[in-house]
Design a protein around this ligand. Sequence first.
Ligand SMILES: NC(=O)C1=CN([C@@H]2O[C@H](COP(=O)(O)OP(=O)(O)OC[C@H]3O[C@@H](n4cnc5c(N)ncnc54)[C@H](O)[C@@H]3O)[C@@H](O)[C@H]2O)[C@@H](O)CC1
Ligand SMILES: Nc1ncnc2c1ncn2[C@@H]1O[C@H](COP(=O)(O)OP(=O)(O)O)[C@@H](O)[C@H]1O
Ligand SMILES: [K+]
Length: 517
Amino acid sequence: MKVVDGIQMKMLDQTAMEEYKIPGIILMEQAGMAVTEEIMKEIQRQENKRVMIICGLGNNGGDGFVAARHLFQRGIPVKVRIIGDIARLNGDAKSNYDILKKLKTDIKTMLDFQDIQKLSDELAHSGIVVDAICGTGLNRGADGLWKELIRVINQCGKYILSIDIPSGVSASTGNILDTAVRANKTVVLQLPKVGNINFPGADYSDEMIVKDIGIPKEAIERNNLNISLITETMIRNILPRRKNDTHKGNYGKAYIVAGSMGMTGAAMLTCEAVFRSGAGLLKVAIPQSLNSIMETRLIEAITVPLPELKKGVVGISDIEKIIKTMKESDVIAVGPGSGQTRELEEVLRNIFEEATIPIVLDADALNSLAHRLDMLKLLKSTAVLTPHIGEMARLINIPIEEIQRNKIQIAMEFAQKWKVILILKGARTVIASPEGKVFINTTGNPGMATAGSGDVLTGIVTGFLAQGIQPLEAALAAVYMHGAAGDRAAVRIGEYGLMAGDIVVELPHAIKEIVGK
Ligand SMILES: NC(=O)C1=CN([C@@H]2O[C@H](COP(=O)(O)OP(=O)(O)OC[C@H]3O[C@@H](n4cnc5c(N)ncnc54)[C@H](O)[C@@H]3O)[C@@H](O)[C@H]2O)[C@@H](O)CC1
Ligand SMILES: Nc1ncnc2c1ncn2[C@@H]1O[C@H](COP(=O)(O)OP(=O)(O)O)[C@@H](O)[C@H]1O
Ligand SMILES: [K+]
């Protein structure tokens, strides 16, 4: 499913109106009707059926006017309060205001703090509050009267339904510009906005329902929208069913270079995830002194002990052995628990120069790259980078907070600039492709914020790549399944005690649910 930012939604509205000749007032009518439908559902559930609709002066407010009219016609007690001077109403919103006025509904404007206080008193008698203050048109933080209005709405304790996006949330990023309405439900118009999906906007949107307002599918396709939500259907189409007449050779040879003294566990988790995502064979290169630990725990993998220059870490002296095994493999992953050394940079340089297979780079491989991003230019094959936000900050030398505020834009620019697939991990992982496509993942839960869960993701991407799934598709499927496995684990044992190993345990079940066997 496509997701849009504020600008893309405006373009889409324009395409519908200008090229498909759909009058804006018809779109607004459908938006208002969709909202009415949802309000009517809530009215069935609420004892107090009085509705208060709070409108701004833009088209979001216009949607509110339409809903007010439909509720009025159905005999529902409804009041409309407008924030700002109605002399500034125009276009379709003005037309709908005029109709409401003629119908002699209870409409008042709010121009000062006293009016907001009056609203506060009135809200005590309302059952449902509709937030139609502002939608995709938000252009700055809600301050002054708006701030007070939002405070009063949030404190009223009534059921709050937002139209399109809770007022105060940026549709393009999900950031809260100062303050925002905390909705119980958001009726999202036509397509989800980035701000409904990304945090913190997703928390403010709460329960969401996407409603068609009549923008033609063709118009949506024509706009070349570059952001999508990863859906279950998408993943079902990516992950093939296993054919009967096959052997382990058909499911690929994965090669992992991971682990160092004190971090053998990272390598272990990655390797287990490789097998649990269906790869046929796995070789793991591990510093010699750690080999016996690895062999005891992971009996299915073949270990390739590396002679060590320094005890417990991979070094440049190992490179010939690494390259030789790489040339016999279908995918290589480097980094989980590798330890950050100057030597690892050199190991990476050699791998980049020689590899013709997909490369997955995680953790210490990314930290090593941070000083030498230019090395990515050496790549002859596709690389998938899996930084969390801290690693991303180190990679591009931008503060964490700035990346957090602008995840999509930053991920997109990085993937395009360096021609890699970027998996920017977190609560709502963003995947960006060299072609400028961006995907947002919604599976996963805070229980996964625990040591080693990133190593598991690296193993899943590597496992899917080993099986010949195309890099972007492998990244999408891995991120989705990683979250889905985490969600299963959270259902079983809760979020508190969830450990990375639990994600590995649930992974095959999560895959089976999607693939069917
Ligand atoms: N043809 C269209 O464009 C349609 C738009 N629709 C609705 O219209 C919304 C977008 O409408 P608009 O672009 O008119 O804008 P909004 O209605 O979202 O915003 C209203 C106005 O508030 C002002 N504003 C923004 N931030 C403010 C702040 N912090 N403090 C004070 N004032 C502020 C701006 O001047 C803006 O024009 C969508 O979210 C959707 O609900 C729907 O009616 C469907 C059709
Ligand atoms: N709140 C959350 N919601 C969804 N996924 C999460 C959440 N917290 C963490 N995750 C996922 O867990 C993984 C954590 O990875 P990472 O930080 O690299 O862990 P580690 O370095 O310990 O292996 C990422 O894939 C991330 O998307
Ligand atoms: K709104």
